[in-house]
Design a binder for this molecule. Structure first.
Ligand SMILES: NC(=O)c1ccc[n+]([C@@H]2O[C@H](COP(=O)([O-])OP(=O)(O)OC[C@H]3O[C@@H](n4cnc5c(N)ncnc54)[C@H](OP(=O)(O)O)[C@@H]3O)[C@@H](O)[C@H]2O)c1
Length: 380
């Protein structure tokens, strides 16, 4: 195991952040052994220091001053799980500019500013990981970037917003308009915005072009009425909010809207907070990825898995190169010195400037980033 710990600054200690912190603090030895480095949660940025937290955390770890993470040169990784556009976009940009790797669950920032941030990260030779921004705990982004990378992606169809799925499921089973939703509350979920953010991210990765949320056709579920479910069922269909993108010669189609899905189709059977993503590649054919698309613990699963990738990217330097980095503020319960080296470290090699490849037990895991080929309109 590397002797120099990997210092992490965390922004956000809410639904997701508290689970991220909890897993890092309570499962430190296991995570560190798998990552091949001691993971050290050095500072946590919140808005309200006095707020009761669902986990036990040392008050000395908390701060309301972003510079304590962003300007700390010993923090090599920023985990952002606060959400919203600003100031999070600026924080992420600042972290990249000061040479920190970034892990984020922020679909708004990644859908709106992802291409620019990835370009900046490529210039600074750092990475931005955003597995948790789409599909919660389902390993989607990594599937596109690793296991499916030999494929030309033809289409992606997904049920990717748990709230609308829950609301539609309740309407189907009770035959009544859902309270709260009946007021046509134009929230991100009901209006389909959340799904367009996620589809923009997925389509950008699938086709290696920039797909902006504003370019996606969007229709929410506010026009659906209970009677629609009765007619749909009589005809053998369920109603789901579908996010769909498809390759056509020279262009891609991307749309989010309610759709009638045959009852025997796997997407028709996705319930509640579950998400499901159908991917069709020219080599692999159809692949279905299903799992918990939201919730603190599933999302933390996607976030906390990423520091291992950061570790693989770190240059090897002796402890004396960067004095003070070993000062992990919190002792990890049951921390053991030493331990076996991370098995994933064998075979590390860098490809082109924006690419890092790592060979793990026969699989090639690549994290390409930076601007994709082609311009906004053309599809490679
Ligand atoms: N919840 C999910 O199921 C889920 C699933 C996938 C992705 N995500 C994404 O994960 C991110 C976090 O979601 P969440 O549900 O955990 O949110 P949340 O429960 O509302 O927590 C947000 C946290 O960020 C902190 N925060 C917000 N603005 C801040 C600011 N300007 N400066 C410092 N701290 C700030 C809050 O501090 P205080 O606690 O002091 O107020 C809070 O701890 C979002 O991008 C979301 O889209 C969430």
């Amino acid at each position: 195991m590397a002797s120099r710990p990997l210092n992490v600054g965390l922004i956000g200690l809410g639904t997701v952040g508290s689970q991220v912190a909890d897993r890092m603090l309570s499962w430190g030895p296991q995570l560190s052994r798998r990552a091949g480095v001691e993971l050290c949660l050095k500072r946590v940025l919140v808005r309200d220091l006095a707020k009761r937290r669902p986990i036990e955390i040392s008050p000395g770890l908390l701060t309301t001053d972003a510079s304590q993470i962003l300007d700390d040169p010993t923090v090599e990784v920023l985990i952002e799980v606060a959400g919203g556009d600003e100031p999070m976009r600026s924080y992420i940009e600042q972290a990249i500019q000061s040479g920190k790797h970034v892990i984020t669950a922020n679909k708004v920032v990644m859908a709106k500013h992802g291409p620019e941030l990835l370009d900046q990260a490529a210039e600074k030779n750092v990475d931005v990981y955003f597995e948790a921004a789409v599909g919660g705990g389902i390993p989607l982004i990594s599937a596109f970037r690793t296991d499916l990378q030999a494929n030309r992606i033809e289409r992606v169809s997904a049920v990717i917003n748990g709230t609308t799925n829950y609301v539609l499921g309740r309407m189907a089973s009770t035959g009544q308009q859902e309270a709260g939703y009946a007021e046509a509350d134009p929230t991100d979920d009901i209006g389909g915005f959340d799904a367009t953010y996620k589809l923009a991210i997925l389509a950008s990765i699938a086709y290696e072009i920039k797909v902006r949320p504003g370019e996606i056709y969007r229709e929410g579920i506010d026009g659906i009425e209970p009677v629609d479910f009765r007619y749909a069922r009589e005809l053998g269909y369920a109603i789901k909010l579908i996010a769909h993108t498809q390759r056509h010669p020279g262009r891609v189609e991307a749309r989010v809207h309610p759709a009638m899905i045959p009852l025997d189709h796997p997407l028709a059977r996705v319930e509640g907070a579950e998400n499901a993503v159908f991917v069709e590649g020219d080599l692999v054919g159809q692949v279905l990825l299903v799992g918990q698309g939201a919730g603190g613990r599933p999302t933390a699963s996607a976030v906390v898995g990423e520091p291992a990738l950061v570790q693989l990217r770190r240059p090897h330097r002796s402890d004396s190169d960067r004095r003070g980095e070993n000062a992990c503020l919190l002792p990890h319960p049951g921390r053991r010195p030493g331990g076996r080296a991370g098995r994933d470290r064998a075979g590390l090699r860098r490809g082109r400037r924006q690419h890092l490849e790592l060979h793990t037990e026969g699989r090639v895991v690549a994290r390409p980033h930076g601007r994709a080929r082609g311009d906004d309109a053309s599809v490679p």
